[in-house]
Design a protein around this ligand. Structure first.
Ligand code: R5P
Length: 300
């Protein structure tokens, strides 16, 4: 028997899509609020004696999403679920993967530990910011990547002379994988972060002159990284066509305007987080449900 799929209140669409891939109907929990703001969660019949895949993206407001996940996990357990797997398409805080000053909290590890204390025997997460995060949960972690699916989505419309670009050193392995799949050269932008919204580029490593660029990143948050990378690549005389491939299109603040004014032509991303459908450039959404369902099924 395949696991039952239970999604958080904002995850109904993806829960239904994953359940359909598994040949099941999703279990729709009731998530309500008491007048003082407390959440009240009830999971209906259908999970007793069954494995449960508990779907929750840790998007804003993250604290609320975390509490909801913990309540859903407890409700499933009390309803007799035999095993709980947390399926987390987007795990925020993962960028806080090291401390840079005394007295600083290690945010990523704290969040992972909080997730794990919800009683999840196993966690499936998509494109965590760094591999280091897999060690934080203290549970079995299946770290899945959407990069192959994103690559295949971009392949049919690749300009003839292209180069794959990592917008920072930390993402070089990810971009290298895409470059290898596409049989294209790789370039890397050496950047450093000044603040939550601003980055500076030191140099571009590799030859981008005259080539259309395909920038590969795990996430676009404020768009500062992409904006700075595109500026640096244009000053190295890349071709005008700019495509961005990213798993998590958070697009916070004025990210959309930053991408538009950087003349990004195409954004290819997954549905790991909700994203507006009326972007001022071409965009293609690659659904995560088939990938996540495959891992849920395989890793039992
Ligand atoms: C950084 O290391 C990440 O891989 C992303 O490049 C970054 O978090 C994107 O954030 P933003 O869009 O705010 O520059």
């Amino acid at each position: 028997m395949e696991p039952r799929v239970v999604g958080g209140a904002d995850m109904a669409g993806m829960a239904a899509a994953i359940a359909a891939e598994l040949g099941e109907h999703p279990v729709r929990p009731s998530v309500e609020r008491f007048p003082d703001g407390e959440m009240h969660v009830v999971v209906p019949d259908g999970v007793a004696g069954r494995e449960v895949a508990l779907l929750q993206a840790l998007t804003a407001p993250v604290g609320e999403k975390l509490v909801e996940l913990a309540l859903l996990a407890d409700a499933c357990r009390r309803a007799g679920a035999s095993r709980l797997t947390g399926v987390i398409p987007y795990f925020s805080y993962a960028r806080q993967d090291h401390c840079t000053q005394a007295g600083e909290a290690l945010g990523g590890e704290v969040m992972a530990r909080l997730v794990a204390t919800s009683g999840l025997g196993r966690v499936i997460a998509a494109d965590l910011h760094s591999e280091v995060a897999t060690a934080w949960f203290g549970a079995q972690v299946e770290h899945v990547s959407a990069m192959n699916a994103l690559t295949e989505a971009v392949r049919p419309s690749l300009p003839r002379e292209s180069v794959v670009v990592s917008p920072d050193l930390g993402g070089a392995k990810r971009a290298e994988r895409v470059a290898r799949l596409l049989g294209l050269p790789l370039a890397i932008v050496h950047k450093s972060r000044q603040s939550g919204t601003e980055v500076v580029v030191h140099r571009v490593l590799g030859d981008v002159r005259g080539r259309a660029v395909i920038i590969v990143d795990d996430m676009i948050s404020t768009g500062g990284t992409i904006e700075a990378a595109v500026r640096a690549l244009r000053s190295e005389q890349c071709a005008p066509e700019v495509t961005v491939l990213a798993t998590h299109a958070l697009l916070v603040g004025n990210a959309i305007e930053r991408l538009r004014s950087s003349r990004v032509q195409r954004l290819v991303h997954t549905d790991s987080v909700p994203c507006p459908s009326d972007l001022p450039f071409d965009h293609l959404v690659v659904p995560l449900a088939p990938l996540l369902a495959g891992v849920i099924r395989k890793a039992r």
